[in-house]
Design a protein around this ligand. Structure first.
Ligand code: PRX
Length: 643
């Protein structure tokens, strides 16, 4: 089928799935009839120490508060309450290490570990409200660390293990973290990720950190330095820790975590999430979108360093009492069938991954898939970027065996949980679209003036429980970035979108200066600042070029300083610098040296034109350029580079 035909295809929910689905069609009506009552009912699925006095406080927009006056603890909801039921001995985490080691933690075991670690944190002086940075591989201790922070009301800031020491340092300093939890290293494609070494380097310029707790993961495979008085082994602390620690009775609006994400400025933003509303929506979407059942084995492949890992590896599934698979390493280690081997080994029922991974699997070919029995799967999910209909069909056919509904979930770090997604068993599916807003969520496509449109900007029209509350230390920035575009009326997502004949929403991608490379969000300004830090570089403009597997690839147009000669060595040096500065996943694919950049008369770089060049299109309107001649030179440069 051609892409065009696929875009019209409609797949009805199978009757067997619908018959057993958690979500019932009347949810939409119920939410539409009384949105706040709907959310209050959803919040009842959590255990509260004290119920809220008010569902939504909208007296000071855009600073909204949910479940005001409620007292709750996220860790209690993810662990303690399950231990009081038959789930006590149910597997909470099934861990698969990249080298092939594995471990199962039941809810009761998790309960013990989390309480012990909460006591460790307390004994090191961590108090309610203190920020703790977590820089770890995907191992059970990472989840234990997050939950232990939540237990004592200390907000965590998880930094993805792929980030460089500079990026880690900036995030530690912005959060003013008191303590860092890391590991000696982690396994990735057979190699050690030097987490402890990166932490040491970051801490050279991070004065707020008093202690570093180090999990021994790779042992002799990593040579690490030890700073006496500052560094402490996790296992030594845990051996002495008491197994009982009462959960803190947090306010619904107490900060649960900060998570840094890229925006249009050069500086990452600390997205701040609070407790009650966040957990309500993470839990609700787990039940309705992922149809989680107690009999399921659930696997989300995201790293806990991203929001998907927070909401759908930790808080969503554990609050729902699910069995979660946690995998440490890469999809191609030791071979390209590792994911399918894991699904077969643990009989995974629900699988959630990113379109870029699916496109990679397509490229690798079916032989890896066909080595394994994937018949346990019953529901699939995708997140992170638009999924092209062809990749959707491949996933549906070859991974889901044409029996698993695919949940294409649109959401963001800022939204905290799913916002636009089909409901399994209810929504007819169409390859490539996240379909409709979830019950209780008011998302729309609008034009420049905020009027509903067939094509335009994706906005959220009313507050939702798991929304970000602000940017850590940046209330003003929060208002400007998200609420000023439509004069405080709507939350602006930064995404463009279209509606089709069924009113389904097709998210087309970012309309701001944010790239989406393999589902990772990267600000063009961050890469540009990294480049201009190099002494050879006078100016840089970074754009995303369409890429078959990654979605977008990073292309940098660079003006060198007077007297600096372009060379292949310099290209490599600059690429390396960006990787070292930000993280390997931010390394530019192409660097083009140029004498000029296309700018408007007011000096703004016209990235749209650079994209035209990089993607080999006819160059768009250049009338606003200060010097339209620039484009011919650039085009020629790029063409000669491609040859
Ligand atoms: O552009 C959208 C894209 O990812 C952005 C959010 O990135 P981040 O905060 O890193 O969170 C990713 C995981 C939730 C969005 O602004 N995006 C995410 N999911 C989808 C998507 N684009 C299209 N379809 C999706 N399902």
């Amino acid at each position: 089928m051609s892409e065009v035909q696929l875009e019209k295809l409609l797949i009805d929910p199978p009757a067997e799935f619908a018959a057993q689905a958690n979500a019932k069609a009347d949810l939409y009506e119920k939410a539409a009839a009384d949105r706040l009552a709907f959310w209050a009912d959803e919040a009842e699925n959590l255990d509260w120490f004290k119920k809220w006095d008010k569902v939504l406080d909208d007296s000071n927009p855009p600073f909204f508060k949910w479940f005001v006056g409620g007292k709750i603890n996220a860790c209690y909801n993810c662990v303690d309450r399950h231990v009081k039921t038959w789930r006590r001995n149910k597997a909470a985490i099934i861990f698969e290490g990249e080298p092939g080691d594995s471990q199962v933690l039941t809810y009761d075991q998790l309960y013990g570990e989390v309480q012990k670690f909460a006591n460790v944190l307390k004994s090191l002086g961590v108090q309610k409200g203190d920020r703790v940075t977590i820089y770890m591989p995907m191992i059970p201790e990472a989840v234990i660390a997050m939950l232990a922070c939540a237990r004592i009301g200390a907000p965590h800031s998880v930094v993805f293990g792929g980030f460089s020491s500079d990026a880690l340092r900036d995030r530690i300093n912005d959060a003013k973290a008191k303590l860092v939890i890391t590991a000696d290293g982690g396994w990735r494609r057979g190699k050690v990720v030097p987490l402890k070494a990166n932490t040491d380097k970051a801490l050279e310029e991070a004065p707020t950190v008093e202690k570093v707790i180090v999990v021994k993961r790779v042992g002799d495979a990593a040579q690490i330095n030890w700073v006496e008085g500052r560094d402490l082994w996790y296992h030594e602390l845990m051996a002495k820790a008491d197994r009982h620690c009462e959960p803190e009775q947090c306010d619904a609006e107490d900060m649960l975590f900060i998570l840094y994400t890229s925006g249009t400025t050069g500086k990452p933003k600390g997205i701040l999430h609070t407790t009650g509303g966040y957990l309500t929506q993470a839990n609700m979407t787990m039940r309705y979108v992922f149809d989680i059942k107690d009999t399921d084995v659930y696997w989300c492949t995201a790293d806990i360093g991203w929001i998907t890992g927070h909401s759908y590896v930790v808080y969503g599934p554990l609050s729902a009492g699910a069995t979660v698979v946690l995998y440490e390493g890469g999809p191609d280690y030791p071979d390209k069938d590792r994911f399918w081997a894991i699904i077969e080994k643990y009989r995974v029922n629900i699988f959630y991954t990113a379109p870029t991974a699916i496109r990679t699997f397509m490229k690798w070919g079916l032989e890896y898939v066909q080595r394994h029995d994937l018949s346990s799967l019953r529901l699939l999910g995708t997140v992170g970027e638009p999924i092209n209909p062809e990749a959707w069909m491949w996933y549906y056919k070859h991974i889901g065996g044409e029996r698993c509904p695919i949940m294409d979930t649109w959401w963001q770090t800022e939204t905290g949980a799913h916002m636009v997604s089909p409901l399994p068993g209810i929504t007819p599916l169409r390859p490539g679209t996240a379909t409709l807003p979830l019950p209780g969520i008011e998302v729309d496509v609008v034009d420049e003036n905020g009027e509903p449109a067939k094509e335009g900007y994706l906005v959220v029209k009313s507050p939702w429980p798991s929304m970000m509350r602000t940017i850590f230390g940046g209330d003003e920035c929060y208002v400007n970035q998200y609420w000023s575009r439509f004069n405080g009326k709507y939350y602006f997502t930064g995404d463009g979108a279209k509606r089709d004949d069924l009113n389904y929403i097709w998210v087309t991608g970012r309309v701001d200066d944010v790239l989406n490379v393999s589902g990772h969000r990267i600000g063009t300004a961050e890469v540009e600042s990294a480049l201009v830090e190099c002494q050879e570089v006078a100016e840089a403009a970074v754009i995303g070029k369409k890429h078959e597997v990654k979605g977008e690839a990073i292309v940098a147009f660079v003006i060198l300083k007077e007297g600096v000669q372009p060379s292949d060595e310099l290209v490599n040096k600059l690429k390396k610098h960006v990787a070292a500065k930000l993280g390997a996943f931010c390394r530019p694919d192409d660097i083009i040296f140029t004498a000029e950049l296309p700018k408007t008369r007011s000096g703004k770089i016209m990235r749209r034109l650079l994209r035209d060049i990089a993607e080999g299109r006819a160059i768009g309107d250049t009338t606003t350029l200060a010097d339209p001649g620039v484009m011919a030179e650039l085009k020629e440069k790029y063409a000669s580079k491609e040859e």
